[in-house]
Design a protein around this ligand. Structure first.
Ligand code: PMP
Length: 324
């Protein structure tokens, strides 16, 4: 018998998918880790599980306790599922710019959702800083603190990175993905570099994030903006510190949209915007490296979380991003 133990036993061990149309176009094997197939629907289920179990093991999270987090949505959804499965309460502070689908999903799961104005990290009312203060003031509560809690990148070091290595039989030449907290990129890059220092590790960054310039020049500089959600950052999180990253590629929204619509029309894959940045960077990397290489990236979540935006003609036209 092959039976998974509930929601928690179903997190991870996702398939690695050959992205046929882009592989054929580039002559490289472009492979996407199908994180949208996690039981909570995104790559963040892994970090949510590690953060909660780390707090349990440290004796910080006790029966009947509350998990508090500031999140763009997917981490919150993962946490809310796991809180239900383990009997905890969940309180989510979310910027009011995030998609309605993610807010509705959080409420459906029974999390308490507090939308707050989207203000920069340096503002004390930024959603992340606010969630930390609320958790500190509440009784029997923990702050998940995904940006600076190293249980996040440990999830990807011990699971995502190891799975990619094993699924490719160690034949991976490069790995690229975008970062929100940096947990995925950091954990996978650390694991793959330890196995083979020749694996090229590359940050994929949307416009409006400061990390591209940070990797290229050492300075945090932001320019432009992006309709993608959950990725890009203005600072180097604890999860991103001392991580072996070789290079960075910046992908604009026009290219990310072209990529997700090609994946939809030619490959039958229905994905969110960050997957467009990731696969766009994998394609750019394939062009840099030349044919014959195996390049792995992350398919973070499904397009169903962005039906009212990325897949809504009116909304896309209002952003001047309607694809051909
Ligand atoms: N894509 C999406 C859709 C996300 O929600 C997130 C997490 N915020 C990421 C990518 C980035 O993952 P990480 O936090 O591990 O950097």
């Amino acid at each position: 018998m092959d039976i998974k133990n509930g929601f928690i036993g179903t997190v991870g061990n996702t398939p690695l998918i050959r992205l046929n149309s882009f592989s054929e176009e580039t002559g490289c094997e472009i492979l996407g880790k199908a994180e949208f197939l996690n039981p909570g629907g995104s790559v963040k289920d892994r970090a949510a599980l590690y953060i909660i179990e780390d707090a349990e093991q440290k004796g910080l999270l006790k029966p009947g306790g509350t998990v508090v987090e500031g999140t763009a949505g997917n981490t919150g959804i993962g946490l809310a599922h796991i809180c239900n499965a383990k009997g905890y309460k969940c309180l989510i502070i979310i910027p009011d710019t995030q998609s309605q689908e993610k807010m509705d999903m959080l409420r459906t799961l029974g999390a308490e959702v507090r939308p707050v104005p989207a203000v920069p990290y340096k503002d004390p009312n930024n959603y992340v800083r606010l969630s930390g203060r609320i958790a500190f003031e509440m009784e029997n509560a923990i702050w998940a603190n995904q940006f600076d809690n190293l249980a996040n990148r440990r999830a990807h070091y011990e699971t995502t990175g190891k799975e990619i290595w094993e699924q490719t039989n160690g034949q991976v030449n490069a790995f690229t993905c975008a970062t929100g907290t940096g947990g995925t990129l950091a954990g996978v890059a650390m694991y793959l570099k330890e196995k083979n220092p020749d694996v090229k590790t590359v940050l994929a960054d949307p416009m409006g994030s400061a990390l591209y310039s940070y990797i290229k020049t050492g300075d945090l500089k932001m320019e432009g903006n992006s309709i993608t959600e959950g990725i890009g950052n203005s600072r180097v999180t604890a999860n991103m510190e001392d991580v072996p990253i070789d290079d960075a590629i910046q992908i604009d929204d026009k290219e990310a949209v072209r990529v997700i619509y090609q994946l939809l029309k030619k490959d039958g894959l229905f994905l969110g915007g960050s997957s467009g940045i990731n696969v766009g960077a994998a394609v750019a990397l394939a062009k840099q490296m030349g044919p014959g290489h195996t390049i792995v990236t992350i398919l973070c979540d499904s397009g169903s979380r962005y039906q009212s935006r990325l897949y809504n003609r009116e909304w896309m036209a209002s952003k001047e991003l309607l694809p051909d």
